[in-house]
Design a protein around this ligand. Structure first.
Ligand SMILES: Nc1ncnc2c1ncn2[C@@H]1O[C@H](COP(=O)(O)OS(=O)(=O)O)[C@@H](OP(=O)(O)O)[C@H]1O
Length: 204
């Protein structure tokens, strides 16, 4: 990590930290005061998004439906499949709470990051003790992309959307499989809402 001068914040982003069992101990050993920001979204959509990303690199992989189950007839879910495993947020959070306090961790809603990016980034700025510099006026909704984009990229006067690998079209998944996954995640989601004191609204 680079040294941080007075008035600076060092930030680092790695998607796999949250689910890496040794990461909390290592980060805590480096600095116990580290603030942690985790973006979470509906674990079912997350699993499909994860699969979509793998599919884009390896088009020959089996279907989402067949990877989901250890045994499709009994409906037994394959929790060792990383796309499923990562969405058990309560379990991963337990691991972090061995080393960090809950108030050191901010959970950003992936859904609100799309529906209200400025609001969610407002929470991030508050959590980091920063002035609210990024506001609604920095975003517009890009109809072609189907997502919010920046009106101006940093150091440029041009609009900027995230790249092609963000916001891919997901394949259609058998609704029965989606429902089975919703049932599977519900108790873990409830535990996660309790632990974080935040309701994410994933369980209809
Ligand atoms: N503004 C904007 N533009 C495009 N995409 C957006 C945006 N805000 C959030 N998202 C969602 O971010 C998802 C991709 O982020 P990841 O978490 O997969 O990124 S990372 O690879 O783990 O860093 C990506 O998931 P997919 O839709 O499955 O591609 C998006 O839903």
């Amino acid at each position: 990590m680079p040294k941080t001068l007075e008035g600076q914040i060092t930030m680092e982003k790695t998607p796999s930290y949250f689910v890496t069992s040794k990461a909390p101990a290592r980060i805590s050993a480096m600095s116990r005061d580290t603030k942690l920001i985790v973006v979470v979204r509906d674990p079912v959509t997350r699993a499909i998004s994860d699969y979509t990303q793998t599919l884009s690199k390896k088009p020959d992989i089996p279907s989402f439906e067949s990877l989901t189950f250890k045994n499709r007839t009994t409906g037994l879910i394959d929790t060792s499949w990383s796309a499923i495993q990562i969405g058990i947020y309560a379990k991963h959070l337990d691991n972090w709470l061995q080393y960090f306090q809950m108030d050191q961790i901010l959970f950003v809603s992936g859904e609100r990051l799309i529906s209200d990016p400025a609001g969610e980034l407002g929470r991030v700025q508050d959590f980091l003790g920063l002035k609210r510099i990024i506001t609604d006026k920095h975003f517009y909704f890009n109809q072609t992309k189907g997502f919010p984009c920046l009106k101006k990229a940093e150091g440029s006067s041009k609009p900027h959307c995230l790249g092609k690998t963000k916001g891919r079209t997901h394949p259609n998944i058998d609704p029965e499989v989606v429902q089975r996954l919703r049932d599977f995640y519900r108790p873990f989601n409830m535990k996660f809402y309790q632990m974080t004191g935040q309701f994410f609204g994933w369980d209809d």
